[in-house]
Design a protein around this ligand. Structure first.
Ligand code: HEM
Ligand code: HEM
Length: 179
């Protein structure tokens, strides 16, 4: 095994706080309560922070290290179908696409949630429908995200959830690296 430090503390703190905040609002809080709004604004702040950190953060946190990459995503799919064991040090191309999807969807959830509380949009159906639809889309995406993390961990032999906790990826010696 070789060890590679990939996720800085800010990325890890961001991730697990986002998980907690999202889960709290999607499952636990009463949507009509103040706490729902405050947790929602906390989640919004986390995502806004992540957008800044994606520009000024450490190497693997930067968006430039995982730009939307359809060619890379196709190659990763081929690796999955043929069982080829290539490891990406930062986010994988498919993982990167999922991250942009999740960040954008959570922004839509928070903005539509805020609009529902304003005088101008209070009681409008489209804001409520948009909020609910975006939450459903985010939930489906999270299920796909967690499934992909588990399957990719098995395929590559790298424990990805542990890396998101410790910041370090343990890569098996026999694995090769994707370009
Ligand atoms: C992670 C972020 C959030 C999640 C996961 C979330 C989730 C939800 C869910 C599941 C509902 C119920 C939807 C339904 O009717 O089926 C809801 C309703 C609502 N949310 Fe959020 N929400 C989030 C952020 C926010 C924010 C930032 C605000 C406002 C500042 C907000 C305000 C509201 C309001 C006003 C409702 C309607 C409550 C009612 O029924 O009167 N939400 N949200
Ligand atoms: C137990 C549940 C979860 C686990 C085990 C998990 C695990 C992970 C792992 C391992 C990564 C890094 C993937 C890679 O190596 O490229 C990641 C990234 C990410 N996950 Fe999750 N995740 C979970 C739930 C969630 C939820 C609920 C959300 C959002 C609502 C989420 C949003 C993200 C985002 C935005 C990133 C990118 C992190 C960054 O670069 O800042 N995850 N997750």
């Amino acid at each position: 095994m070789t060890l590679h430090k990939v996720w800085d503390p800010a990325v890890r703190l961001f991730h697990w706080s986002l998980v907690a905040g999202f889960a709290a609002n999607a499952i636990i809080t009463d949507p009509e309560s103040k706490i729902h709004r405050w947790i929602g604004y906390t989640v919004l702040s986390l995502v806004l922070f992540r957008l800044v950190w994606g520009v000024v953060g450490s190497r693997f946190a930067r968006f430039s290290s995982f730009p939307p990459d359809l060619k890379g995503a196709r190659e990763q799919l081929q690796d999955i179908l043929t069982g080829r064991r290539r490891v990406h040090l930062g986010h994988t191309p498919l993982g990167g696409l999922m991250i942009y999807n999740l960040l954008a969807t959570i922004l839509v959830i928070c903005i539509s949630g805020y609009l529902m509380t304003t005088d101008r949009f209070w009681g409008t159906e489209w804001t409520e429908e948009l909020h609910a639809a975006a939450v459903t889309w985010a939930e489906l995406s999270v299920i796909a995200h967690i499934t992909a993390v588990i399957l990719e961990s098995r395929r590559t032999g790298v424990n990805l959830p542990r890396a998101m906790m410790t910041g370090v990826k343990s890569v098996p010696d026999e694995a090769s690296f994707a370009p």
